[in-house]
Design a protein around this ligand. Structure first.
Ligand code: FES
Ligand SMILES: [Fe+2]
Length: 414
């Protein structure tokens, strides 16, 4: 059972909370799809770990990320004008370069440079990779972007959507680790879409086998497909907030999907959901996510208690199982937000199929404790680079061990 104290440690990220501090000082954190920030376009408000920021892209493409409020008298720089590669606050015209340095203070006339030089630089690390924009909020030198497989594939091999979710990050993340809910929560959606992809593997109750790694966990759902064959569906949890699943495999053999649950603050998270194909262009996903959905804000304001989180009882009366008909992620977010802003895990009654969730909590608590003890945290995700696996789904002769089938994400070093 997860105690109240453990639940607190696993969920809180604001101020001095150890989890938030650990993420802030060690990890790159994705905050937007690359395409959502156009050169010279409007700045974008960003909130991560309870800190309010503003991101912008200068006219030549240079990225900037700084505290949201102007260093002068704290107007929001989300209102600022983008001028060349700088932001000009509309209140009194102070201008900040993409690196956060104040470069012009019009009220000071000829003394502008001298005055500006005294103002502390307001800036955070920002990079682009794998179709996403990433922030590093630590003061120390940032590591390289994480060695995750979707960062290596070309643009035509990946697809992203993003959404803000009104509940704590771990509620979302545990949904990504909980493969049992696929056959319940998502069944109506599969039937409704007439989609056979998620049903391609046998719908028999699996046994779950879990293997701890240096970077997180591998979890495998093992099903007896026939007298001769066993079916494996293997997912990867990579600390701190990545989960890879075998997506449309085995129908599309190299198709993978990823959930990234980014803590915005204690009671909100940002979910990035994406597909990538390891070896070629991504196979069409429009059956899952119609084009008319907003890819930067997939979930709008519909998830409120007073409307039962947007559940459609009419659709249910006509045979839809869950009543969340817009996308598979609407089903996830509906149940996750219904649990309240931060679920009290000490009140749960876990069962055998929750083992992956239990192990993940244990793993995260250990990483937090290591950080508090002053030991190094693997912010570079070197453990994944050196031994990380790809998710997979396949059948193999009875007696095979899924641990020997895995596909490495990186070639082992010589
Ligand atoms: S508040 Fe921004 S320039 Fe004064
Ligand atoms: Fe789900």
């Amino acid at each position: 059972m997860t105690s109240k104290t453990e639940n607190h440690r696993l969920t809180r990220v604001e101020d001095d909370a150890p989890l938030g501090q650990m993420l802030r000082r060690n990890f790159w954190i994705p905050f937007a799809r690359s395409q959502s920030l156009a050169p010279g376009g409007p700045p974008q408000r960003v909130r991560l770990l309870g800190t309010d920021l503003v991101a912008f892209r200068g006219e030549d493409g240079t990225l900037g990320l700084m505290d949201e409020l102007c260093p002068h008298r704290r107007a929001s720089l989300a209102l600022a004008r983008v001028e060349g590669c700088s932001l000009r606050c509309i209140y009194h015209g102070w201008r900040m370069g993409a690196d956060g340095t104040v470069v012009e203070v019009p009220s000071e006339g000829e003394r502008s440079d001298e005055f500006a030089a005294q103002i502390e630089r307001n800036h955070y690390g920002v990079r682009e990779g794998g179709g996403l924009l990433w922030a590093f909020l630590g003061q120390d030198e940032a590591p390289e972007l994480p060695p995750l497989p979707f960062l290596k594939v070309p643009e035509e091999s990946r697809w992203w959507c993003r959404m803000m979710v009104d509940c704590n990050w771990l509620q979302g993340f545990e949904g990504a680790l909980d493969s049992v809910h696929l056959n319940w929560l998502h069944q109506g959606w599969q039937k409704d879409k007439g989609d056979s992809v998620l049903e391609a593997y046998p719908r028999l109750t699996p046994d779950y086998e879990i293997e701890r790694t240096d970077y997180g966990l591998r979890t495998c759902a093992v099903r007896k497909a026939s007298e001769e064959e066993t079916h494996f569906r293997c997912a990867e949890f990579i600390a701190p907030f990545y989960a890879f699943s075998a997506s449309r495999q085995p129908v599309i053999a190299s198709d993978c999907s990823v959930f990234i649950s980014v803590p915005v603050d204690d009671t909100t998270h940002m979910l990035f959901f994406g597909f990538w194909d390891e070896i070629g262009p991504l196979t069409d996903i429009s059956g899952f996510f119609p084009d008319e959905l907003d890819h930067d804000n997939l979930i709008s304001d519909e998830f409120l208690p007073h409307n039962c989180w947007g559940q459609d009882r009419e659709a249910m009366a006509q045979g839809h199982f869950s009543g969340f008909t817009k996308s598979v992620l609407h089903e996830d977010v509906g149940v996750q937000t219904s649990m309240g802003p931060i679920v009290e895990r000490s009140e749960e009654n876990l069962c055998s199929t929750d083992l992956a969730i239990v192990r993940t909590r244990e793993f995260l608590l250990e990483v937090i404790a290591e950080f508090e003890a002053g030991r190094a945290v693997d912010g570079e995700m070197a453990a994944y680079r050196d031994g990380g696996n790809l998710p997979f789904s396949c059948s193999a002769p009875v007696g095979s061990d899924w641990r020997n089938i895995g596909f490495r994400a990186h070639e082992p070093a010589e």
